[in-house]
Design a protein around this ligand. Sequence first.
Ligand code: CP
Length: 327
Amino acid sequence: MIPAAWERRHVLSLRDFTVAELDIVLQTAHSFQEVLSRRTKKVPTLQARVVANLFFESSTRTRNSFELAAKRLSADILNFAPGTSALTKGETILDTAKTFWAMGAEFMVIRHQQSGVPQTIAAEMDRLGGHVGVLNAGDGCHEHPSQALLDLFTLCQGFGSDRPRSESLKGKKVAIVGDIRHSRVARSNLYSLKAAGADVHLAAPPTLLPKEFDCYGATRHWQVEPALEKANIVMTLRLQRERMDQHLIPSLREYHQQFGLTRDRLKQCHPEVKVLHPGPVNRGVEISSDLMDDPHFSLINQQVASGVAIRMALLYLMGNYHTGPLT
Ligand code: CP
């Protein structure tokens, strides 16, 4: 498995990902999904190489699936808990990253509540000439590339043939509904879905869907109904109360009444509509609890499962970039 056109040391943003690169990630993940279905779910690809999971902000899905992906590739993994680290004694983020680099980390998976931290660490690693690949695992309101890639993988598997390709989403109507303003998931998905040729519609109250989103080539709606009309895919997003420093919605109850995804609202969509949510979910706010748990519509568990194969693919491709082809 030696992918042809992969030339990225870091994965920080999907902004300039080509369709060819998206397809390399999808097809590599597809191969790893086959590995994950075997009795022995492990390959020696990253044996003795060190992956540092530097999560400065809380996470369940992303942190654990990067850890499992690294373990499935036989890497050594260093986890980091900010609350019990030397950060509490005043060490800087860059000095923290350099400490892991000095221990031999070749991959750094970074989550931070401030936009731009993974980019800053990547620039410092490049300056040191350390051959470290940095993965953005979600930075502030900026981007969450591996989430959008696992969403793409989940959707292409649903709509495509036996090997997932981004072109299977061409012309599909995708409604992204929720707190788009604060969503790094929405921003990364806008890049990948538009590159795949999907017809993307955004729906949120005006306070959560500012004009800056016009530049992404999606259609903006301040009501949910036109976005849902005949949609093939609905991606609901969490209301990020921790990032709301003003009163941007009247109440959670009113938000649910106007924008919450329910079985009734889903009737406006395509009969075969599929529902995604990156998690964590505010049950009964952005999506009704029963709909979230209905496997006929909800792909939420498949999204989580896809995350391991996608993160194996990213580690593999990045590892390939700086050492030459891996076995
Ligand atoms: N989707 C996502 O990023 O979830 P976590 O915050 O649990 O990683």
